[in-house]
Write a new protein. Structure first.
Length: 263
């Protein structure tokens, strides 16, 4: 099955739970949630190395976001140095690209960022990067429980991964935890989530026990998974979406900064 057809069918399934734009200004959208196979590791040394890299990246990203937020906030009166750094960096980059004539798309992106405020654009990108790293950290924690806490591998980790990604997608978009159940006649899935997951498994050619994967996935959901996800930082700042709790301070600071962009 061609990818566009597959993605369209996957969106048709998720549209039963929530409605979302299927295209972007740059063209057709991808799948409604990640359907790629998880990157598994041949040994615990490789797993631990990636886990450490992800944790370090989250720490570094949050540190830089925190510094930028101080520079944007109108309340942080004692962080004048942070405000001065934002002004300094933005002016340095703006001067560098002021007379630059873009020769390719990369040049155009950098020039637009310079004109819009380099520090603010950087914060938006860092926010998205941090969100992706947090997702990867969750998957690695799931893999740690599955693979590296015992000596045997489960029969179908891909099935569990897809079931969990789909469950989290529903939880974040609807604010409700999906449920799992089976009908009395034949043991077929009896809930919307389980029936939809069965269709997704068929589309992705996953052979696995749907109920078992669905039950495990729902059991992994946490209260944080029920909070709306800021899929991109611009949407959370300008669209008024409620950000995940660990990002509230950053987004609130960015929001104050965004109010002055039109002046």
């Amino acid at each position: 099955m061609e990818e566009p057809d597959l993605f369209e069918q996957l969106r048709a399934i998720t549209n039963r739970f929530y409605q979302k734009e299927a295209a972007t200004i740059l063209g057709a959208a991808g799948p409604p949630f990640d359907v790629s196979k998880p990157n598994l590791h041949d040994n615990k040394k490789e797993f631990s190395a990636e886990f450490k890299d992800v944790k370090d990246a989250i720490k570094a990203t949050r540190g830089l976001l925190g510094l930028l937020a101080k520079g944007f906030s109108s309340d942080a009166t004692d962080d004048t140095h942070a405000k001065a750094l934002v002004t300094y960096v933005d002016e340095q980059v703006r001067v560098r690209y002021r007379t630059n004539r873009p020769a390719n798309i990369t040049d155009l992106i950098q020039k637009n960022a310079a004109e819009d405020g380099h520090s603010f654009v950087l914060a938006m990108l860092l926010f998205d990067y941090n969100q992706a790293m947090l997702e990867r950290q969750k998957e690695l924690r799931d893999q740690e429980l599955e693979f590296w806490s015992n000596n045997s591998r489960p029969p179908n980790h891909y099935a569990r991964t897809i079931a969990l990604r789909f469950a989290r997608e529903i939880a974040r978009e609807t604010g409700e935890k999906p449920t799992v159940g089976t009908s009395r006649d034949g043991g077929h899935p009896s809930t919307d989530y389980a029936r939809a997951l069965e269709e997704i498994f068929q589309l992705l050619k996953i052979r696995a026990n749907v109920r078992r994967a669905a039950k495990w996935a729902v059991g992994q959901l946490t209260p944080e998974d029920l909070e709306p996800q800021a899929r991109n930082a611009l949407g959370s700042v300008f669209g008024g979406l409620r950000p995940p709790s660990q990002h509230k301070d950053v987004v609130n600071a960015l929001l104050q900064y965004s109010k002055g962009l039109g002046d």
